[in-house]
Design a protein. Structure first.
Length: 189
């Protein structure tokens, strides 16, 4: 059996009109439909919270759904990233696409085993190999944030904290940033 190894060039043939998000990890194509409204509400709230902190530090950029092309067969779209000015300058290509790792990548879970496996396994492995320093996986139904860092193993992002609504979210990547986890889920219905 011959398996197809997808590339960034293959993605250019797909239409964005149907709301499907296409990503490639290690040559494997992943597709997901438009997310639940609460998914987008959580992404927006994370950007707002990080953005307010970021305006005070002016050290970086916070943005949603940036395409990141790590290689010809690793082309992903995290939900939210935080990237320093230095990494952004080194990663930004003339076509406006990032081709390097942000310090922080955030995925908000979409329902379904395939989506969860992609975020917990495939993306965590890719982000580990590419040099992302910290990775958050956010579950809006459970009002939970799981934080993966390189604390004990410099080669792999490993689960270091699981935070719930009453906990305070901080990060060594974001000096001075703190928020109640519940603030991320304020407008979730």
């Amino acid at each position: 059996m011959i398996s197809t190894r997808w590339t960034t060039k293959d993605l250019e043939r797909f239409s964005d009109d149907d709301g499907t998000r296409y990503e490639i990890i290690d040559g494997e194509l992943y597709m997901s439909k438009q997310p639940h409204m609460n998914h987008q509400v959580v992404c927006s709230e994370i950007v707002r919270l990080l953005g307010n902190w970021n305006k005070q530090t002016t050290a970086s950029l916070v943005t949603t759904v940036p395409g990141i092309i790590f290689s010809n067969d690793n082309d992903v779209v995290p939900d939210v990233i935080w990237i320093s000015k230095a990494r952004r300058a080194a990663s930004m290509q003339p076509d406006g696409k990032l081709q390097g790792a942000p310090e922080l990548a955030i995925e908000v879970l979409s329902p379904g085993t395939a989506n969860e496996n992609r975020d917990y396994e495939a993306k965590r492995g890719l982000y580990s190999r590419q040099g992302v320093n910290e990775y958050w996986i956010v579950s809006w139904p459970e009002r939970r944030v799981e934080i993966f860092r390189r604390d004990q193993n410099p080669d792999m992002l490993e689960l270091t904290q699981t935070l719930y609504a009453a906990d305070t979210l901080t990060s060594p990547e974001l000096p001075g940033f703190a928020c109640q986890v519940n603030d991320i889920f304020t407008d979730v219905v």
